[in-house]
Write a new protein. Sequence first.
Length: 354
Amino acid sequence: MEEITVNLHNHSTMSDGSGSYYEIAQAGLDAGIDVIITTDHNIFVQNNDKYFYRDGKRVLLLIGEEIHNPENPRQNHILILNYGKEISTYASDLQILIDVANKAQSISIIAHPFDQGVTFLREPSIPWKNWDVKNFTGLEIFNFSSEFKSQSKNFFQGIKNILNPKSFPVGPDENSILKWDELLCNGFSVNAYAASDGHQKIRKIGPFRYIAFPYYYHFSSLNNHLYILEELSGNLQKDKELIYNSLKTGCSFIGLDLVAPTRGFRFFAEGEYKKAWPGEKIQIRNGVTLKIDIPRESICRLIHNGNILRHWEKIKSVPVNVTEPGYYRVECYLPYRQKLRGWIYSNPIYILKG
């Protein structure tokens, strides 16, 4: 398997972001990531998927859409990827929206599900309320914008986090993790995603101009690391197929690269006749060995059906033999700036009875 970095959920000047597609792509080239996906609000700009090249590097910009009902813009946001045309006409009925997306083999991701507001910064609360919907692909368990809000309890914390953005990201939202495990335990195959929710906001204080949370910061800080079958070739259609297939199946992990590079993390299962990666299924038969390889020593937890099965205070590589069916996923933590941060979160491997 090859590994690529995908930064998801960004906004351009087509909605409420401050950067053009070109400017966003240049920030991606500066950060050295592989793929950026923009998701402007209720607008899809067709035929703008494109590779950008500079100084021997390239980044692929893909266009998705963030959908919400215009009559109630402060709740129930969902990302739709790989649909290929405008889909916001279904915004008033979320289940129909998801069904239409699924029929087209598209991806639907619940955005910032437990988002909180910050009154003194005039940042509204934008949570997900409609948990009756079914068959969505996954949810954002780690959204940078929501994390900023939750870590800005007062005016001074908010200003500190804007001026020193490396100080506040702690990890995924606990409520989102609990909801994810709840859905998985109830038999739903639901993927977890990381989202920048990047806008690159430009603020003015008197004669001074300040860029809050520039795109480069997002692209260097929090990414989805996808496992794909072969290297990206530069062929747009072929590469899109590889990327969207891994995004849809959850063959990926979340990496808080701000803390330390997460590239090189591996989590897979080996059985008698098969090898399975995150998002895939494997039968137990005569037992299955889970293998965890981490780029550096860290605190590591192996989660089985929502419970901590194993906990290591300091580990870099470990095999674990398992005999019980269910889903297994990995969490890794590292200390950074006097705080313990959630560093790596894998999507689950599903182990079935033989």
